[in-house]
Design a protein around this ligand. Sequence first.
Ligand SMILES: [Zn+2]
Length: 174
Amino acid sequence: MDAFKDGGDGLSQKDELEVVYTLDKLVAEFEKRDVRVIFANLHFWAGVLFSLKENWFCYINSRFPLKTQKWTLGHELGHFILHHDSASLFTDGVFPCAEADAEWQANRFAAELLLPKRLVLRILDELSVDNLKKVFKISQKFDVPIDAAAWWLRELNLISSKAYQYFLSAYREV
Ligand SMILES: [Zn+2]
């Protein structure tokens, strides 16, 4: 994606983070594809994507923190782009870390938009920190849920599986 191409060394970290997808930019991606995004107070799900009479809708639970809404939007955009031919309803909890292929693919899609590997590496490069600090740092810097950050750092092999298990069992954030 050319938005993420290396802009040379002139860019400060702040400028670089501005190329990462924001909530508004994600909404615009849905709109470009004629998917209506609705922020609503949902009883349970973090996000629901479905088609009704040939129209697609994406509901995002507005009760959750903005970083959770943003992650969920990225995940649902992944479902729409990768899977809309194979299903017409996707329901997702706060951090859908299921290992089913479609869920993994949607998470990976969200991570590539919201936590580009090149920027993650650059930020971690500047610190020699332990696993837990890495996760907190990435979550805070990119404004994504802790468990999403932990999952992606594990996928990139940047934290140990023991640290990831710790996050799964001991730390859950909405
Ligand atoms: Zn999903």
